[in-house]
Design a protein around this ligand. Structure first.
Ligand code: S3P
Length: 421
């Protein structure tokens, strides 16, 4: 990617990956038809769809981003279920399958097999799940002998929406009431979606209460644009002079929008228009123009609320004038790559001044780093963050392994090209 043309005009973001995967897996559990529109078309969403199909769900495409699922009668798969690169597909499936009366084996690609599952195994056991995993229950593959569960009071060990969602998918199938508390609030798409399928779920004083077993019924899910994917376009329009870009129909759920709040308070020109609800989720049109970013300091609480945007935030810090620090983000070590290490190497490769910490970075921004060649580390968000850096780095940025972007946004480069003029 090279500097030059601005990003101008109007475009869409791909469908939200988290919401798409939830719609597929809850739709698998629900009786009757679930119609999903605006779905994410990346490899992660397709991994969730494949798991649903392997469990006996019928899924028919009805044009781009549109699926009709027929669920509610899951059966044992004669194959190992493969979540590929997707932590969400793997961990949510663990909750889903803990209550299904058959054996399931779940695995993933080389990266996913290094990512922790003990954080899901432990709380599911409180509901009576029979579940074990490799290396003393720490790593995939995971074996689940599904069976009847009973409601329980659960406090999730880490602030993770995947862990919380796995517990909720088990709790809706369990006998009796469950309560769930998390150390910090995380994205709440599962809580918003489950009642639309008929689950008895209430939120009170930071706690979630579920009464099971629910008889989930298929419904319609219209998926908003993915803010975590739109973030790359937003950053591109901030960095490329003379840009004026509007991204339509982007999810602005309060548990996801910390990135927007950070940019707004750091001097970015960002407007939210036509704020509205799409089913249970708030959406808006986002208009972005270039701006000079002031350096910023982020701690654990804020990092958690923009965890997927942090590689991009670190890249943006390299283009600000002055020192930014991002701390309390050690979860990044167990994402699709070790994102702290991958970003440090990428920033150094483009000539930025970065100091790595166990839980983040200190980055001394110089306005316009030189550019260079960056390895995507097989990680979609690393690939896209550094492609965006190329829009402003003096000599551009070449990303090797950039095809990793297709995990969440197969149309990323085409969308970017369409708005560069
Ligand atoms: C996700 C939750 C987050 C996020 C991931 C998607 C989800 O992971 O990083 O990209 O869909 O629930 P954790 O739950 O591990 O924090």
């Amino acid at each position: 990617m090279r500097p030059g043309a601005p990003l101008r005009g109007t475009c869409d973001a791909p469908g939200d990956k988290s919401i798409t995967q939830r719609a597929i897996l809850i739709g698998a559990l629900a009786a009757g038809e679930t119609r999903i529109t605006g779905a994410n078309d990346g490899a992660d969403a397709r991994a969730a769809l494949r798991i649903a199909r392997d469990l006996g769900v019928s899924a028919r495409a009805r044009g781009a981003g549109s699926w009709v699922l027929r669920g509610g009668a899951l059966r044992e798969s004669d194959r190992v279920l493969d979540a590929r690169n997707s932590g969400t597909a793997l961990r949510l499936s663990m909750g889903l399958l803990a209550a299904q009366p058959f054996l399931s084996i779940l695995t993933g690609d080389e990266s996913l097999r290094k990512r922790p599952v003990g954080r899901v195994v432990e709380p599911l056991r409180l509901l009576g799940a029979r579940i074990s995993a490799r290396q003393e229950d720490r790593l995939p593959p995971v074996a689940i002998q599904g069976g009847s569960l009973r409601g329980a009071a659960v406090r999730t060990p880490v602030a993770s929406a995947q862990v919380k969602s796995a517990v909720l998918l088990a709790a809706v199938q369990a006998e009796g009431a469950s309560t769930l508390e998390e150390p910090e609030p995380t994205r709440d798409h599962t809580e918003r979606m489950l009642p639309r399928f008929g689950a008895d779920l209430a939120r009170e004083n930071g706690r979630i209460r579920v009464r099971g077993p629910a008889r989930l019924q298929g419904t319609e899910v219209r998926v908003p644009g993915d803010l975590s994917a739109a973030a790359f376009l937003i950053a591109g329009a901030l960095l490329a002079p003379r840009s004026d870009l509007t991204i339509r129909n982007v999810g602005v759920n309060p548990t996801r929008r910390a990135f927007l709040d950070l940019l707004a308070r750091s001097g970015a020109s960002l407007e939210l228009g036509d704020e509205r609800m799409l089913d249970a989720e708030p959406v808006a049109d986002l208009r972005v123009r270039p701006g000079t970013l002031r350096p910023f300091q982020l701690g654990a609480k804020e990092c958690g609320a923009m965890i997927d945007e942090l590689p991009l935030v670190a890249v943006l810090a390299a283009f600000a004038e002055g020192e930014s620090t991002i701390r309390g983000a050690s979860e990044l070590r167990v994402k699709e790559s070790d994102r702290i290490d991958a970003v440090t190497r990428g920033l150094r490769a483009i000539g930025a001044d970065v100091e790595e910490h166990a839980d983040g970075w200190s980055i001394r921004g110089v306005g316009r780093p030189r550019g260079g060649v960056v390895d995507a580390s097989g990680d979609h968000r690393i690939a896209m963050a550094f492609l965006i850096a190329g829009l402003r780095a003096r000599n551009g940025v070449t990303v090797t392994g950039a095809e990793a972007a297709s995990v969440s946004d197969p149309g990323f480069l085409a969308r970017l090209r369409a708005v560069r003029r």
